[in-house]
Design a binder for this molecule. Structure first.
Ligand SMILES: [Zn+2]
Length: 497
């Protein structure tokens, strides 16, 4: 019997995702042209190889192969000792050669899986393969001044290295698909294999989706959804497809195996073409590139250089630093932030130190970065600055309040100690100045003084706050409290006498 939380339609959605990620290399897959194409003049980063001119010969980019291997290993794939490149033939104006170099039957990495969290639980989805391919150029469609339509070709992207990560149809809800994608992107960023930037097209997703009656083991006819440009688009498009296909089956209409495009502003998918089959592309081995032989030593070297992966690091943060699940998740989202945290707390930190560093990063520093619009993997201060700042707070050289002022104004290479001196933010250890402020506050707020003396202990909070204000937040709150308590008690005594 279906549970209440599942779709009431009696159908189950089956999703497999194919991700194309741009491999983070300096040059293209088969030539020396720069692989960065944003903000470059159209067709300026090109050469005979990536323009597909007759007689130009491709040469494999070793760095791209290593990054794809690293990704495959991080995904637990096996690395066959032999793989090859193939030509995938089709015509499109952004593909000057008339074929794309890809991998067909012998990919670089096979049979892996992705561990990820969804709905608070660990899931595992199969990865059938990770293979290398080259990107195509781009078409720009626009209207001219005279009102006619024109299409322009830019080949700066032609030949940029891509990897295709093909997932098994193991995902069972749009939410799970989104969690899988976010985890995959995070893993790619940890490995350093891709920026995973979706807006810039460095991380693109196609979704294969079908529905079947709950309890059925076979797979229904699937639609391949394209043009999914954000995590949100993926989730919305899958929800739409789940409904569309379920309704079609209920009405007795067959599901076509086809390619459909997601139309963001209308929130629908529309049929584009009936889906091609692999044999339509006339794949055949690329004669201009030798097969790739990956030996065990190379695999071992790349494997040993892999970083601790996001899920493992997140678990370790909970266990070692006693952080909550959500704190650990936030701190490990971006590898540089997790590194900053660990450098700032040092080895064998106390739980208090770990909590303080976590709070500073999550609540204060990430907030400043967001305000400034800097990338999510950067913080306004370095790990060493944070470490020194925490030391200063622990040894009462600066108050938390003054420290918050300091982090906003700290220069990139400045030590927090120097910054605090420059900005006069060190703790006020001049007792007479604090006593003076306390006396002034007691005169200025007689009601609070009276309340306290009548036994309303909480009234001292107001007086502490006002005294802190008068010292520019630089007096230690503990010292202020002691001085206030002393002053209130002795005044009492005097009055009684
Ligand atoms: Zn080139």
């Amino acid at each position: 019997m279906a549970s209440e939380t599942e779709s009431s339609t009696g159908y189950e959605i089956v999703i497999g995702l194919e991700v194309h990620a741009q491999v983070l290399t300096a040059s293209k897959m088969f030539c020396g042209c720069p692989a960065v194409y944003a903000d470059t003049h159209p067709n300026s980063s090109t050469c005979p190889v990536c323009l597909g001119l007759p007689g130009a010969l491709p040469v494999m980019n070793a760095a791209a192969v290593e990054l794809v291997l690293a990704t495959g290993l991080a995904l637990g794939c096996s690395i066959p000792d032999y793989s090859k490149q193939d030509r995938k033939s089709y015509f499109y104006p952004d593909l000057p050669k008339g074929y794309q170099i890809s991998q067909y039957d012998l990919p670089l990495c096979v049979d892996g899986n992705l561990h990820f969290l969804s709905g608070g639980e660990e899931r595992v989805a199969g990865i059938s393969r990770v293979h290398i391919e080259e990107d195509t150029g781009r078409l720009l469609h626009r209207s001219t001044d005279t009102g006619t339509e024109e299409s322009l070709v830019d080949l700066n992207r032609s030949g940029v290295p891509l990897m295709e990560i093909v997932g098994e149809p193991d995902l069972r809800s749009p939410e799970e698909a989104r969690d899988y994608l976010e985890a995959l992107r995070q893993l790619l960023r940890y490995v350093g294999a891709s920026t995973g930037n979706m807006e810039e097209g460095a991380f693109r997703c196609d979704a294969n989706v079908s529905v079947r009656r709950k309890g059925d083991a076979g797979l229904g006819a699937k639609a391949e959804i394209k043009n999914l440009n954000s995590f949100r688009a993926v989730q919305r498009a899958l929800k739409f497809e789940e409904q569309r296909q379920s309704q079609a089956l209920d009405a007795g209409r067959p599901i076509l195996q086809e390619t459909r495009g997601w139309v963001e502003d209308r929130g629908v998918t529309v049929g584009q073409r009936t889906k091609e089959h692999a044999h339509d592309y006339r794949y055949f081995p690329e004669p201009d590139l030798p097969p790739l032989k990956v030996d065990e030593a190379t695999v071992a070297t790349i494997r040993s250089a892999l970083p601790e992966l996001p899920l493992a690091r997140r678990r370790r943060f909970v266990e070692v630093y006693r952080l909550s699940e959500s704190e650990a998740a936030l701190l490990t989202t971006e590898q540089p932030i997790a590194d900053t945290f660990e450098t700032a707390v040092g080895s064998n930190p106390t739980p208090e130190r770990a909590r303080a560093a976590a709070n500073w990063i999550i609540n204060d520093l990430a907030g400043i970065s967001a305000q400034r619009g800097t990338p999510a993997d950067t913080l306004p201060i370095t790990a060493h600055q944070l470490r020194e700042l925490l030391d200063m707070i622990d040894s009462h050289q600066i108050t938390v309040r003054a420290a918050k002022e300091l982090v906003v104004a700290l220069e990139p290479d400045e030590s927090p100690r120097d910054g605090a001196v420059r900005l006069s933010l060190l703790v006020l250890d001049d007792r007479s100045a604090i006593v003076e402020a306390v006396e002034a506050v007691m005169v200025a707020f007689p009601e609070a003084v009276q309340d306290y003396r009548r036994g309303k202990q909480a009234a001292i909070g107001r007086l502490i706050g006002e005294t802190m204000k008068r010292t520019g937040g630089r007096a230690s709150p503990d010292v202020v409290r002691k001085e206030l308590q002393a002053a209130l008690a002795s005044d009492c005594a005097e009055t009684r006498v």
